[in-house]
Write a protein that binds this ligand. Structure first.
Ligand code: AMP
Ligand code: MG
Length: 712
């Protein structure tokens, strides 16, 4: 029925605007959905005209859904124009509302003029400009006799999502009236400009118009839009709306389910005046035409449950438990390789073409058929011309002849072997060299690196710069990747102040954990979300966790995680979420509070920066990687001689701040105090001492894990 579907979200903004609450255009076709965000109405109208032109030129059928009312409640059009037909109102508005290229519209004056046609102060009202417009009341007036607040179609669509707002209201929260007044003139111009080729439904006879324009109501998909924004960070609701609506309508069109929706349950004269919202009354069908949500389910509330009362949990047990309770939570998106560095593949990338795509020469030299050569001195007449990379030689090279060939050139027909420049001499119009030459020497077989159709990179792979080269060479134009895991960071404590450039009272300390943790998660390829800091107050912490769960998949908190009087994070998680407090047999570390807050995993880290950092490296890193879809990670360590002595107690794992000295031995920081931030910074990694007791002296083998092995 339609080859493409465009959805337009309109805006009455008074200045050029992009992003939230601006104009969005989504166009769904065979290749997926493309979105644009024109900054002004003038630009958007030009864009639409081009889209229509292109479609007509390409012989396509195009449906354009527009998100504004096409009609006014019954009685209005006749009163204003003498004709009970919505297009007459568009024409009137086109003559009275103008827009400048920088988005300034005269719609308020036009509304005031229209109000003059009616007894009383309305029907149009609402103005949040400083200057008043005479004839346009700021507050809602009584409706003129005989005019309804909503159209029949607004009431029909009302059950489906949002509450439709009346077209009379021009300003304040959720108002749509100004959009209607600025958009209908555009509709008039398009209809006039493409007369005979474009029909506005349900006002024009569809005849054989290639382009159909219809009113749509994206709030029908409000739940899906919200979910889409949650799964795709950075996507504003307006963009999500046009994307989802366009692909749903295209799906309905291609599966033959759309035609029923062009048959609304209303009398023809009512339709002519008020119009109808496409798919009103068919919301379920519209929703079912959307692709199943690609985002995996969020975490279960009890995924961190651990038998309580266990006194000290060994590190490895805690890690196993963590690994078993988690799963990938990041949804997917398509990206071209050039934009995919650091993203995790959600699906294996398959080679679209072989590398190399055709047999070619590995060197500069001379190519010939191996069959015609043998032992001893060889002399082959040389053809005129040459084969070079990008300049294929297509005429067959006769057996017994040779041709000049350069590195990367496809082997001409008849050539299967190349002899290197340096191994040949020229003899007039021939080359000479010593045989025998190995068949296929100095050539690369088609697909010898990667065959077409073979998996090039596996799902779960975090893409590296060389991967981008590989994907590109294999003609992979788009990969399915996970969107970045959003990791929120919150510091807690009454003593904290954020800005180190400001003076602090003696009882205050600067929030050192937050910049450290935000930078750490960013280095791991996740998207950091800064939640600031909260005082030791449960309501404030709860509010911050709410914000975190809204905008992130995981929340790292620091401070207040033990069981003391001022440990408000653990208290809150205890009462409001399924807290699992793990007393981990780890130094530095101790309590690690784990919980799920509104579907987001919460890692309650200790407040001490050293302990917070070590717990992040040991526990959060593999867990975040798993949730990001890149699988569990274990850091690679190296056995090196110790440059220190230590007598270690049994029963817990210890991590010492360490670095390698000039002899490659691990030296450790002088103090093990967990408030010693300078030691974290002094170190280049950690020495890991196993759970049992140990007597370590200089030269003893110890396991050293550089920060680089933790992905830093
Ligand atoms: P807590 O875990 O809240 O008992 O905090 C333990 C220690 O870490 C206290 O000395 C806190 O002042 C300190 N601390 C907590 N949060 C931070 C932070 N964000 N930056 C620096 N030190 C902190
Ligand atoms: Mg504290």
């Amino acid at each position: 029925m339609f080859d493409r579907v465009a959805i337009l979200d309109w805006s009455a903004a008074g200045t050029p605007k992009s992003g939230r609450d601006s104009i969005w255009l989504g166009v769904a076709g065979a290749g997926g959905v493309e979105v644009e965000n024109p900054r002004t109405r003038v630009e958007a109208e030009r864009r639409l005209a081009r889209l229509i032109d292109d479609s007509i030129g390409a012989g396509e059928r195009l449906l354009i859904g527009m998100d504004f009312a096409f009609g006014y409640p019954a009685g209005f059009a006749a009163r204003l124009t003498g004709r009970a037909h919505a297009p007459a109102v568009w024409e009137w508005l086109a003559a009275h509302v103008s827009d400048t290229p920088d988005n300034r519209s005269t719609y308020r004056d036009a509304a005031a003029r229209m109000n003059a046609y009616f007894a009383g102060d309305g029907p149009f009202w609402g103005n949040n400009e400083a200057t008043a417009t005479a004839g346009l009341p700021r507050r809602k007036p009584a409706l003129p006799e005989g005019l309804a607040e909503l159209r029949a179609t607004d009431r029909a669509a009302g059950g489906s999502g949002g509450t439709p707002k009346p077209v009379w209201q021009l300003a304040y929260s959720g108002a749509v009236g100004a959009q209607t007044l600025t958009a209908q003139p555009m509709l008039h111009r398009l209809r006039a400009g493409f007369a005979g080729r474009l029909a506005v439904w349900p006002f024009d006879p569809p005849a054989d118009a290639r382009v159909v324009v219809a009113e749509v109501y994206p709030s029908m998909l409000s739940a899906e839009v919200r979910a889409f924004c949650r799964d795709n960070s950075g996507v504003v609701p307006d963009e999500a709306q046009v994307r989802l609506m366009a692909s749903a309508f295209l799906q309905l069109a291609t599966t033959g389910r759309l035609s029923a929706m062009f048959d609304p349950p209303a009398a023809p004269d009512l339709l002519a005046e008020e119009g109808w919202i496409l798919a009103a009354g068919h919301e379920m069908a519209l929703r079912s035409a959307l692709p199943a949500r690609t985002a995996p389910p969020r975490l279960r509330d009890d995924c961190f449950a651990m038998p309580q009362g266990v006194d000290w949990v060994p590190v490895d047990t805690a890690l196993e438990k963590l690994r078993a309770g988690l799963h990938p939570v990041a949804g997917t998106l398509q990206l071209p390789p050039a934009q995919a560095d650091g993203h995790v593949l959600a699906e294996a990338a398959i080679a679209r073409r072989a590398n190399p795509p055709a047999p070619n020469s590995a060197v500069d030299g001379y190519g010939f058929a191996h069959l015609a050569t043998g032992e001893g001195p060889q002399r082959l007449p040389l053809l005129e011309g040459r084969a070079a990379a990008g300049q294929p030689w297509t005429t067959p090279v006769p057996e017994g002849a040779a041709i000049r060939i350069l590195t990367g050139a496809i082997l001409p027909p008849g050539v299967d072997t190349v002899v290197l420049d340096e191994d040949t001499a020229r003899d007039g119009a021939a080359i000479v060299f010593d045989g025998p030459v190995r068949a296929g020497a100095n050539t690369r077989r088609a697909g010898e690196d990667v065959a077409a159709g073979s998996p090039a990179l596996p799902a779960g792979r975090r893409l590296t710069p060389p991967d981008l080269a590989l994907l590109t060479a294999l003609g992979v134009g788009e990969v399915t990747v996970r969107r970045r895991l959003r990791v929120a960071v919150l510091s807690t404590g009454d003593e904290l102040v954020a800005d180190p450039a400001r003076p602090a009272e003696t009882h205050q300390i600067f929030d050192a954990n937050r910049p450290m943790l935000l930078a750490t998660v960013a280095r791991w390829g996740h998207e950091p979300v800064d939640l600031g800091h909260a005082p030791d107050d449960e309501a404030a912490i709860a509010a911050a966790l709410d914000r975190g769960a809204d905008g992130a998949d995981v929340i790292l908190t620091s401070g207040g995680a033990s069981a003391g009087d001022e440990d408000h994070v653990s208290k809150l998680l205890q009462t409001r979420a399924q807290l699992t407090s793990w007393r981990i047999a780890l130094k530095p570390g101790r309590p690690l509070a784990l919980a799920v807050w509104n579907g987001a995993a919460v890692f309650g880290l200790p407040g001490n920066p050293v302990a917070a950092f070590v717990c992040t490296l040991i526990f959060a890193r593999p867990a975040l990687s798993l949730m990001a879809g890149a699988g569990w990670l274990a850091p690679q360590g190296f056995t090196v001689p110790a440059a220190f002595s230590k007598s270690k107690k049994p029963g817990r794992r210890e991590y010492l701040r360490a670095r390698l000295d000039a002899e490659g031995r691990a030296e450790v920081f002088a103090s093990e105090g967990s408030g010693r931030i300078s030691g974290l910074s002094w170190a280049d990694g950690l020495v890991e001492l196993a759970d049992g007791a140990a007597e370590i002296g200089p030269g003893a083998p110890v396991r050293y894990i550089p920060y680089a092995s933790f992905g830093l």
